[in-house]
Design a protein around this ligand. Structure first.
Ligand SMILES: O=C(O)[C@H](O)[C@@H](O)[C@H](O)[C@H](O)COP(=O)(O)O
Length: 240
């Protein structure tokens, strides 16, 4: 496990542009090495801005989308047409504007029972990634309660070790979610957190403190063989 890298940008816009450059370069490297780029998207307003930037020709023309395979690190258990859907957000911000084969987009199933949908999604992950279950890049955000993906404080998924994807009941939101587990996230070659805004400061301060205690789900993200990059803005690291 490599030490996490922290990069601090002036504001959310600068952070998103930097993340877009990083995404282009990560895609190019993976495609050069393995002829494909496997990436997990996340929800939240920060990834949304990244996706909008990636949709502009400057960025999208530099990505060989035919070789990009997209999953979601977590999804709300709502129809794909719902404004709550992370897939819908990604579609409107990015996927509708690029030429990517439909077969490269692995939308989280959200019809029927959450447990069956989670198993089905796990099977898709295994089918595409094979035994290694290693994404080239996993994008994550962080909520102001310290959750990441749908690994919320106090939920049973936090102690799941066998599964790669699981359904989770989130009491605080009275809703089902489908989420990657730590096991899957921590196999990733690279994890990139996108965290902007002053409301993230109280948690960042605690988790980046020397000898920090294990307090929040986000602290369980530690890729075994991969690299974590925190893309932060000044507001998130100063609280101002
Ligand atoms: O579904 C959710 O609970 C949110 O989408 C969440 O997972 C999100 O990633 C963080 O709250 C960060 O969101 P921001 O990028 O908007 O700060």
């Amino acid at each position: 496990m490599s030490n996490p890298i922290q990069l601090i940008w002036k504001d959310k816009e600068a952070l998103s542009i930097a993340a877009a450059y990083h995404f282009v370069s990560a895609a190019a490297k993976s495609i050069a090495a393995n002829n494909r780029f496997t990436v997990a998207f996340s929800g939240g307003s920060t990834p949304k801005r990244l996706f909008e930037i990636l949709a502009t020709p400057t960025f999208s023309n530099n990505i060989d989308w035919k070789k990009v395979f997209i999953f979601w690190s977590d999804e709300r258990f709502v129809p794909h047409t719902s404004d709550e859907s992370n897939y819908k957000m990604s579609r409107t911000a990015l996927l509708d504007h690029i030429r990517i084969p439909r077969k490269n987009i692995f939308v989280t199933p959200t019809k029927g029972e959450p447990a069956a949908c989670a198993s089905e999604y796990e099977a898709s992950v295994k089918a595409i990634l094979g035994k290694s279950a290693q994404f080239d890049l996993t994008l994550l955000g962080m909520g102001d309660d310290g959750h990441t993906a749908s690994l919320f404080p106090g939920t049973t998924i936090l102690t799941e070790t066998k599964r790669l994807v699981k359904e989770v009941w989130v009491e605080s939101k009275q809703t089902w979610r489908i989420s990657f587990t730590y096991t899957l996230i921590n196999k990733s070659k690279e994890v990139m957190f996108l965290v902007g805004d002053a409301n993230k400061y109280p948690i960042l301060k605690k988790i980046f403190a020397k000898n920090s205690k294990l307090l929040y789900p986000v602290q369980g993200v530690a890729p075994q063989k991969g690299q974590t990059i925190w893309m932060l803005d000044e507001a998130a690291v100063t609280g101002k």
